[in-house]
Design a protein around this ligand. Structure first.
Ligand code: SAH
Length: 450
């Protein structure tokens, strides 16, 4: 097989990154923006030892479920991979990806409950971090092109709340009038790196955080009253200076420029305070459904102690703390722990305690204090649980472990580790928190073998 050759093929599978797969001469060829069942002419663009990449040269017979993408820049943007198929088809791919992860990576055979789709396919996100660049002498913001850090100006992402693009359209010229320059990654020069926005799904409160290389505080001070006036719900304007050459967006600290350093939203009937550093599920409504499912799996009652590891601002545990004896939450980001403690007070959940530190290390500490939770919820970042977290969780011998994960591969790996330590995987349910993208959340119920 050689570059630029054209083959006739049928798409027969989908990768977890949302790329279609066809087989040509016994080799897997990955073709983005295709659908299972498409008959295509594929142009080979790159050949490696065991597989190749191609692009559609001609779509001969479209698969059922194909639709016109709503977004004008779907083909360029690195964000969405499933705008060209209807939502049912997208959900089918995601459900299969989760099943494959648990059966192939985890070698497990749990009951798979049907995937839960999101109420909204568009405008569901409550958070955006827009990279800034300078093009033709103007500040622009948008998104990174696929597999690159080239900014394509397009502030109208259909996954984001409409007000975000209104804010950006007002903000960019105002920043230009203050002579703010865009950060240049190559030369590590310039000032403004990202504009970071969050909006409370229920409260509509808006947080604006300028992520900069050097502070722009003095230069933009005079803009702030106008911003509040134009967007009355914008109650938090902050700056985070990040002077490092890094892909990490936020700097070490966040300073208030105007208003307060948090917004408040509602989740599962609790008021939730979130600061810029705290993790907060991007699809609020669907995260509430996710927490409800976790609660139904947890089989709680007033005698039970619940440990919520990787708890962020405390949202999961607090959604259940009315039904249990006590809640212990553990989170590594100090600002998120502070939010979790404030959220407990704000909602009168006195039976709660939050620790700041590594999940595994704090779990070891709790063990030394003879604390044995009945149920443990794990909601780790994409890389999954550490060995220490898994070991210490098992040493606490909870009757149930519920793992929530946005990465089915590491979730399956970790579920297999728990299986080897005496916990069977009973049920797995996929919950789509991220329509349009290749990402999917899953929730796993494990129980101790008698
Ligand atoms: N359960 C929360 C947050 C889940 S995201 C929610 O639903 O909103 C994962 C969280 O794990 C993040 O808040 C992240 O800061 C935290 N985290 C990452 N590594 C950690 C570690 N080693 N120990 C404890 N928390 C960690």
């Amino acid at each position: 097989m050689q570059k630029n050759e054209i083959y006739h093929a049928e798409i027969t599978g989908m990768t977890t990154e949302g790329s279609g797969i066809c087989r040509i001469n016994n080799m897997a060829v990955f073709v983005p923006m295709t659908a299972v069942g498409d008959i295509i002419d594929v142009r080979i663009v790159k050949v490696l030892k065991n597989y190749a990449f191609g692009i559609i040269e001609k779509l001969i017979t479209p698969a059922p479920g194909r639709i016109e993408p709503v977004c004008a820049v779907f083909r360029q943007c690195g964000g969405c991979v499933f705008q060209h198929v209807d939502y049912q088809t997208e959900l089918k791919y995601k459900d299969q990806a989760v099943k494959d992860a648990f059966t192939r990576i985890g070698k497990l055979s749990p009951e798979f409950e049907p995937i839960l789709g999101s109420q909204s396919r568009y405008h569901y996100r409550n958070k955006a971090q827009y990279p800034i660049a300078e093009q033709d002498g103007h500040l622009v913001c948008g998104f990174y092109a696929r597999h690159s850090h080239r900014v394509i100006p397009f502030p109208e992402c259909p996954l984001q709340p409409e007000i975000f693009s209104k804010i950006l359209h007002a903000l960019l010229p105002a920043l230009e009038s203050c002579h703010i320059s865009a950060y240049d990654e190559k030369n590590h020069s310039g000032e403004l790196r990202h504009i970071y926005l969050r909006k409370g799904f229920y409260s509509d409160e808006i947080m604006l955080c300028f992520v900069t290389r050097v502070s722009i505080r003095k230069k933009i001070q005079k803009l702030l009253p106008d911003l509040h006036k134009a967007f009355p719900k914008m109650i938090s304007i902050t700056e985070s200076v990040n002077p490092l050459k890094t892909n990490v967006i936020l700097g070490k600290s966040v300073t208030v420029l105007s208003g307060q350093n948090f917004i408040t939203d509602t989740m599962c009937n609790n008021l939730i305070r979130i600061s810029p550093q705290s993790f907060y599920q991007v699809n609020t409504q669907q995260a509430e459904n996710l927490y409800e499912i976790a609660k139904s799996y947890a089989n709680l009652n007033k005698n039970k102690i619940l440990l919520d590891l990787y708890c962020g601002a405390g949202t999961i545990g607090l959604s259940m703390s009315n039904c249990i004896q006590s809640l212990i939450g553990v989170e590594v980001i100090p600002e998120a722990v502070e939010n979790a403690r404030q959220n407990a007070v704000l909602n009168h959940h006195a039976n709660t305690e939050f620790y700041c530190g590594d999940a595994g290390s704090i779990a070891e500490l709790l063990l030394k204090q003879n604390i044995f939770p009945d149920v443990i919820i794990l909601d780790p970042p994409r890389k999954g649980c550490s060995d220490l977290t898994i070991q210490s969780t098992v040493k606490m011998h909870p009757s149930q472990i519920i793992m929530i994960s946005c990465n089915p591969s590491t979730a399956a790996r970790d579920a297999a580790a728990f299986y080897n330590l005496g916990y069977i995987t009973n049920k797995v349910k996929s919950v789509d928190l991220f329509p349009g993208t290749s990402h999917v959340e899953c929730i796993v119920l494990m129980s101790r073998q008698k």
